[in-house]
Design a binder for this molecule. Structure first.
Ligand code: NAD
Length: 254
C-alpha cells in the first residue's frame, strides 16, 4: 500500500533513522519538521505523522492530527505523568500508535516480563535497570517506565511501590517494592534488564539494542498498520498482535 509520512524531530538521531527506514521500505517522506518549524503544515502534508522529537511537541502534533483527521505515530518519551492522561484522550480522537519503544524485541520483553511477574510466587524481588547513551535527556527511559507498569500490574502493586535509586540508609528491602535504576554513558543505544531475585536464585530478562534502526523500522511499520484502523490509541503490542486480551484502540501505554 502506498502512503506518505511526515517526520517531526527530523534533524535528531531518531528523525534521521526514520527517514532512512522510510526510504528503505519505499515509503515517501512528504514533509519534515524540527524545532521552530510549522508542525501543523508537516502533519497536513502526509498520511501519517511520525513524531520522535521532544515531549513539548506532542500536544501540537496531536492537535493538528485530530483537526486534520490524520494518523500519528508517537515515539517521543519524557512526558510528565500529569500531562499523559490529557494527551491519551487527544490521541484517541484520531488513529494513534504511541509506544515508549518500537522494537519487536522490547515488545516481546514486555510480554515475557508481564508473564513472569504474574507467575513468580512471593519471595522474588523485582528491580529494573536501564542504560542509555550520555545524550539522553529523560530518565528513566520510556521503556523502563512501561516495564515498571507491567511489573506493578503483574504483582498487583500501585505506583507508590516504585522506588527510584537508593541512597543513604534505606534499610532492608521491603518485599513489596520495585526498584528502578537509570545508568547513562557513552553511546549505548538502549539496554533494559528486569531482575527477579529470590534467596538462592535469580532470573534476569534482558534486551539490548545495538542499532536505533530497529525503532525506526518499527515506527514505519506502525505507520502503515495504522492506515486502515478505526480511531483509537494503540501501542506496539497491538501492532505486533502480542496483547493477550485488550480490545482494539484501548491501549493505555505509554
Ligand atoms: P535528539 O535530541 O537527537 O532529537 C530530537 C529532535 O527533536 C532534535 O532535532 C530537536 O531539535 C527536535 N525538536 C525539539 N523540540 C521540537 C519541537 N517542539 N518540534 C519539533 N522538533 C523538535 O533525540 P533522539 O535521540 O532522536 O530522540 C527523540 C525522542 O525519541 C526522545 O524523546 C527519545 O526518548 C525518543 N525515542 C523513542 C524511541 C522509541 O522506540 N519510542 C526510541 C528512541 C528514542
Amino acid at each position: 500500500m502506498s502512503f506518505s509520512i511526515a517526520v517531526v524531530g527530523a534533524a535528531g538521531r531518531m528523525g534521521q533513522a526514520i527517514v532512512a527506514a522510510a526510504r528503505e521500505r519505499g515509503v515517501s517522506v512528504a514533509a519534515t519538521a524540527d524545532a521552530g518549524d510549522d508542525v501543523a503544515a508537516a502533519v497536513a502534508a502526509a498520511d501519517v505523522t511520525v513524531d520522535f522529537s521532544h515531549h513539548t511537541a506532542t500536544r501540537s502534533v496531536l492537535e493538528a492530527a485530530v483537526k486534520l483527521g490524520k494518523a500519528v505515530v508517537i515515539g517521543t518519551t519524557g512526558h510528565a505523568p500529569e500531562s499523559r492522561d490529557q494527551l491519551r484522550a487527544l490521541a484517541r480522537e484520531t488513529r494513534t500508535v504511541w509506544a515508549g519503544n518500537f522494537s519487536v524485541g522490547v515488545n516481546l520483553l514486555f510480554h515475557l516480563v508481564g508473564r513472569a511477574a504474574k507467575a513468580l510466587p512471593e519471595g522474588f524481588d523485582v528491580e529494573i535497570v536501564e542504560m542509555h547513551h550520555r545524550f539522553k535527556k529523560d530518565a528513566p527511559s520510556g521503556t523502563a517506565v512501561r516495564l515498571a507498569e507491567v511489573v506493578l500490574e503483574g504483582l498487583g502493586l500501585g505506583p507508590d511501590a516504585l522506588v527510584h535509586g537508593r541512597e543513604g540508609v534505606p534499610g532492608e528491602r521491603p518485599a513489596r517494592e520495585v526498584g528502578m535504576h537509570a545508568l547513562r554513558g557513552g553511546d549505548v543505544v538502549g539496554d533494559h534488564t528486569v531482575v527477579f531475585a529470590a534467596l538462592g536464585e535469580r532470573v534476569e530478562l534482558t534486551h539490548k539494542a545495538s542499532n536505533r534502526a530497529i525503532f525506526a523500522r518499527g515506527a514505519v511499520h506502525a505507520a502503515q498498520w495504522l492506515l486502515d484502523r478505526p480511531n483509537g490509541l494503540y501501542d506496539m503490542q497491538d501492532v505486533l498482535g502480542l496483547h493477550e486480551k485488550t480490545g482494539p484502540g484501548t491501549a493505555a501505554a505509554p
